[in-house]
Design a protein around this ligand. Structure first.
Ligand code: MSP
Length: 642
């Protein structure tokens, strides 16, 4: 069978500073996409690496009193070591100082030079050392580089130039005829509007008198290659261009992940370089926005540069991956704060996913000793008792969204299904079904469907949270896959859980983050003063044990010899109860007659001051006075409260 292929890359990161949240995001997005494509039946290749030549690195090395090579080795190692921590599963890590890469850069340069698209000329221009490139006046903002905010310097040099202008019309046409070449659409528009102005030729050399830390031009020993001309070539050198098997197999399927800061080199220089060198053009660019931290651009001076190692140490890798995928709309900017991370972990992971998982498996444990029962095929066909079509809808939506990097929507599709599963539990009330032996086939079917639902969820979360996916599958006793995941095609068929499968009782998937104390290895950006602790947590099943009902107070009278107690009769719909309530100091009997209250209806009977109490009404203390709980609409007596 001819499997479809997919090649994904991240930018190769500069080694002038250690990795931060932004780098982690791009690598994780590409990893999530790679894992998703594998689930979608593709054979994949995933490349990342480091960009090690140029002024930036020389300057950074100087400040550390070391050589560029030593400095590059050290920082590149930090980028490499971060990948397994983030559970990013790249096939190759390339460094632009690798001899194989250097050789391919020379080959590409020689090819373009031989074809006449590189010429030598003297040039005077505005050069930004931060960007390592010349600027045109019109590109500056208030005379300053838009990225570095400093005025570029006037530099006059003889250099080699690449005839980009020659390919401008071709590139415009290529972008127009390939709508998904640059995604999302706003970046395609941005590049096309930039291309409305005439393209300047690109200066692709730096004289060795100014910079030696680079790849020597194959046709002039006195110059090194401009860092972008060197760096972009990594995408093909890593595949063994020109003759490597990987190159032949994967190059035609390339999609590069980049952020909006580097769309010009990727959307303009790179396709033109490929065209000039007679190499097929890559398939497309996936462009994402920028992470700000606490509302500002990450910067050393603000002190908000966020270290992914610290965040994962404090909160775990899967929650971090989940947060990044859920919180950013691919293409737009997003904001990182510790508070939103914690709140997502508590609400989406601990509360939604974690609870549905433990809720279902605890019920299955309670009613069937953890054994998966066989669903009743007739009952199964009843629409209200089916979850199969909801699962299929979730899979379809997930697939559609993930194919176009709409990760937040892909996650949304899974969480919508989780919410359907929760509603399904509430509607079918397994705890009520369990009270009547005649209803056992329905209970078996309901729990079977819920376990199947968990199976689907465990498969779909794989690209985003691989470790959690595995943990769920292990608990569900699903067969371990050699490649670590179930494909979408394997996920779809409903009814794969075998009768008799013994399902373990789960550990908590995501413990709630207790915001009452600062976490042990909290990231430096943590500033929140955490609130005082609430009481010890209970599960939703613990809570479900309490039968709360709406009641109406019919009569109320004082109890002799007690200053605190009132004797009430409360209408609970099906019955009237006597409740002895300790509210006499704050409520006179006439104040409370006719009031709606919340009653704990399954509290064991008790005797207080010789009177029987058949329940309890709920109240809070406010400014040392009791305040009764109630509703903002009139309910019929006996209405359950959940
Ligand atoms: N070395 C070049 C890329 C050469 S690719 C042939 C480079 N390196 S970089 O270290 O500056 O990395 C830039 C990339 O890092 C961005 O395109 C993006 O992928 C990631 N990010 C850096 N800061 C970021 C944010 N604040 N937010 C999101 N991603 C960011 O440019």
């Amino acid at each position: 069978m001819n499997t479809q292929k997919q090649y994904f890359t991240t930018p190769i990161y500069y080694v002038n500073a250690k990795p931060h949240l932004g780098h982690a995001y791009t690598s994780i997005s590409a990893d999530v996409s790679t894992r998703f494509k594998q689930m979608d039946g593709h054979e994949t290749f995933f490349l990342t690496g480091t960009d090690e030549h140029g002024d930036k690195i020389v300057q950074a090395a100087q400040t550390q009193g070391t050589t560029p090579k030593e400095y590059a080795d050290k920082i590149s190692r930090l980028f490499q070591d971060l990948l397994p921590v983030l559970n990013v599963n790249n096939d190759r890590f390339i460094r632009t100082t690798d001899p194989g890469h250097i050789q391919v850069v020379k080959q590409v340069l020689s090819k373009i030079h031989a074809s006449g698209d590189i010429y030598f000329s003297s040039y005077e221009g505005l050069y930004c050392f931060g960007c390592e490139r010349f600027y045109q006046e019109r590109e500056l903002v208030d005379g300053k580089c838009p990225d570095h905010g400093v005025a570029p310097e006037v530099i006059k040099e003889s250099n080699y130039f690449f005839k980009m202008s020659k390919y401008q019309a071709w590139l415009i046409n290529h972008i127009k005829t390939n709508p998904d070449f640059i995604q999302p659409a706003q970046y395609r528009t941005e590049i096309l509007s930039f291309l409305k102005e005439p393209l300047e030729d690109l200066c692709i050399s730096r004289p060795k008198s100014r910079l030696t830390w680079g790849i020597t031009l194959p046709f002039d020993e006195a110059y090194v290659t401009y860092v972008w001309f060197d760096a972009l070539v990594n995408y093909i050198s890593a595949l063994g261009y020109p003759d490597g098997e990987l190159f032949k197999k994967f190059w035609p399927t390339t999609r590069h992940f980049v952020a909006k800061d580097i769309i010009k080199p990727h959307g303009i220089y790179w396709p033109i370089m490929l065209k000039a060198a007679g190499i097929p053009i890559y398939k497309g660019l996936n462009v994402h926005g920028f992470w700000n931290v606490k509302g500002s651009k990450m910067s050393k001076s603000i002190g908000n540069v966020t270290d992914p190692l610290q965040v994962t140490a404090a909160y775990g890798v899967d929650p971090f991956r989940y947060f990044l995928m859920r919180e950013m709309v691919f293409g737009l900017d997003a904001n990182f704060t510790e508070e939103t991370l914690v709140s997502r972990i508590n609400s989406d992971l601990a509360n939604d996913l974690g609870n549905v998982f433990s809720r279902i498996l605890s019920m299955n444990q309670r009613y069937f000793k953890g054994e998966a029962r066989e669903p009743d095929t007739h009952i199964q066909q009843e629409k209200s008792l089916s979850l199969a079509s909801d699962a299929k809808t979730a899979i379809d939506k997930f697939q559609q969204a993930m194919s176009v990097c709409e990760f937040h929507k892909g996650v949304g599709a899974i969480w919508q299904f989780i919410s359907i599963m929760n509603k399904y539990i509430d509607t079918n009330e397994p705890w009520s079904l369990a009270k009547n032996d005649d209803l056992t086939p329905i209970l078996e079917t309901v729990l079977y469907n819920l376990i199947e639902g968990l199976r689907v969820v465990s498969c779909l979360i794989y690209p985003i949270m691989p470790a959690t996916s595995y943990k769920m599958q292990k608990t569900l006793c699903m067969a371990k896959k050699d490649n670590g995941f179930y494909t979408l095609a394997e996920t779809i068929p409903w009814g794969q859980t075998r009768k008799g499968t013994c399902i373990a009782t789960p550990d908590s998937l995501f413990p709630r983050i207790d915001t009452d104390k600062t976490r042990p290895q909290a990231p430096a950006i943590i500033t929140k003063a955490f609130k005082p602790a609430l009481k010890k947590q209970i599960t939703i099943d613990d809570f479900a044990k309490i039968d709360l009902r709406a009641g109406i107070v019919m009569t109320a009278e004082r109890i002799e010899k007690s200053k605190k107690l009132l004797k009430l009769t409360v209408d609970l719909g099906a019955e009237v109860r006597q409740v002895i309530a300790g509210i006499a100091k704050d409520y006179a009997p006439e104040d409370i007659i006719g009031k709606q209250v919340i009653v704990v209806a399954n509290l064991k009977e008790a005797t207080l001051m010789g009177e029987i109490s058949q329940g309890m009404i709920l109240a809070a203390t406010h400014k040392k006075k009791l305040v009764l709980s109630g509703f903002d609409k009139e309910l019929s007596p006996g209405n359950p409260v959940k």
